[in-house]
Ligand binder design. Sequence first.
Ligand SMILES: *Cc1c(COP(=O)(O)O)cnc(C)c1O
Length: 247
Amino acid sequence: MTTIAERLARVHAQIAASCAAVGRSPDEVLLVAVSKTHPPATILEALNAGQHDFGENRPEEAVAKIAAVQSAGPAVSPRWHMIGHVQSRKARLVVPRFDMVHSLDSVRLAVKYNSLASELNCELDVLLEMNVSGEESKSGFATAGWPDSSTVRESLWSDIRSILSMSALRVRGLMTMAPLVEDPEEVRPVFASLRGLRDALRCDFGQVDWAHLSMGMSDDYAVAITEGATIVRVGRAIFGPRVEDGL
Ligand SMILES: *Cc1c(COP(=O)(O)O)cnc(C)c1O
């Protein structure tokens, strides 16, 4: 049986190899271990193995697990990343607990996060989730066709402009989820497209650093890194198959 520590070591080795292939430093890539469905004990095991960043996708599940992990008094406090779609009415569970929200997918939700963060006198680090592939099942701002369609571009740019005006939100970059495919090479254009979009936003909204591209999961993070990912969100390759009764 392989342990979490061994799987983490393998993922770090793959990250290093993918970075080396394109002349990047592995220090440029943050590994977020996606612990959704897994119990607090598993998170503590990963923490002990030196993993500090964890991703969760459901606010209620995360609230309980964050409390459980905290009360175990770990030597190092984990950093929490919200990676799943959040309904507006659950945003208040997220703001005080998460270090970064990857899944900001509408202006409406941004308004909500901004007002909650203002009330708490804090700033929330967010990534804008982009639906690059255009799949209907996916959350995120519609980007399909942005380089050619001025309609898509104007609507997207206007949403982004309004989010950038919200003083309690700190926009740090973009996030996307690639479609499920057999061969991870098939989704390379999705990752390349997110990077292209980031470069365009950098030109037009220079006041933001646009530092992060959160892209790549267990099956495709190696490809995502060669396309410029700065954050990869890896679940199954670290924790094994998801458990359906996680708590
Ligand atoms: C579950 C999930 C992941 C991790 O997926 P794995 O295939 O387990 O690596 C990454 N990102 C998001 C948004 C997810 O919901």
